[in-house]
Design a protein around this ligand. Structure first.
Ligand code: HEC
Ligand code: HEC
Ligand code: HEC
Length: 125
């Protein structure tokens, strides 16, 4: 029992090390103001993970969907439909005040929207 507890504490320390590092170096202070989703519910993975790795997650989603026909993604936060527009933009419907604000700020230009149609209710905002 004590062994399990010790390994758990060690594991958590390792997992949260990058968070502490970012706070310590003040990196988190440079993130632009983002409009949080109007809808309730938690993001697909925790916010820190999403902030750093959402592009890898989306890549994984695309490969799982297109190559293996997997339609659902299970995380600690719940079960999500694998869909760029149907899931991500369902919650983050304020794309311009969220995704774009961040990408513009950082000079990132995802080439997804030439094929993936931005839903009408999102495009209007
Ligand atoms: C050249 C066209 C094209 C581009 C560019 C493109 N996709 Fe796709 N994507 C597709 C097609 C076609 C499917 C399969 C759709 C289906 O079968 O319903 C798909 C499916 C997906 C899926 C799973 C299903 C869904 O509806 O979301 C994800 C996730 C995805 N793409 C992510 C991305 C991301 C992220 C980018 C940008 C980095 C991107 N795609 C760029 C054509 C494209
Ligand atoms: C069920 C609703 C929901 C879904 C679905 C969802 N998100 Fe989130 N997302 C949230 C919430 C809530 C937050 C936290 C916002 C906050 O605290 O500012 C968040 C945070 C994020 C962040 C971090 C923002 C920051 O402050 O750095 C990114 C990036 C992100 N989401 C991208 C995505 C992507 C990409 C998808 C699809 C793969 C997605 N989200 C799907 C609700 C959702
Ligand atoms: C906290 C800032 C931030 C937010 C919010 C954010 N992104 Fe990103 N995004 C980035 C950064 C930085 C990159 C480039 C580095 C990387 O690929 O991880 C990126 C890259 C991407 C890529 C890969 C681009 C490529 O050409 O390969 C996709 C796709 C993407 N984001 C989609 C989204 C979507 C969809 C949302 C909104 C639901 C979103 N992002 C919100 C910061 C953000």
């Amino acid at each position: 029992m004590i062994k399990i507890l010790i390994s758990l504490i060690l594991f958590l320390m390792v997992v949260f090390l990058p968070v502490g590092y970012n706070v310590y170096t003040g990196k988190t202070a440079y993130i632009p103001v983002l409009q949080p989703p109007e809808q309730r519910g938690e993001c697909v993975e925790n916010v820190m993970f999403m902030r750093k790795k959402h592009s890898l997650l989306l890549e994984k989603w695309r490969d799982a969907y297109v190559r293996d026909g997997i339609k659902r993604y299970v995380s600690i936060n719940g079960i999500y439909k694998i869909s760029l527009t149907g899931t991500c933009l369902e919650c983050h419907s304020n794309k311009t005040q969220f995704c774009d604000r961040c990408h513009d700020y950082l000079g990132v230009k995802p080439r997804c929207w030439s094929c993936h149609n931005i839903p009408e209710k999102v495009a209007k905002k």
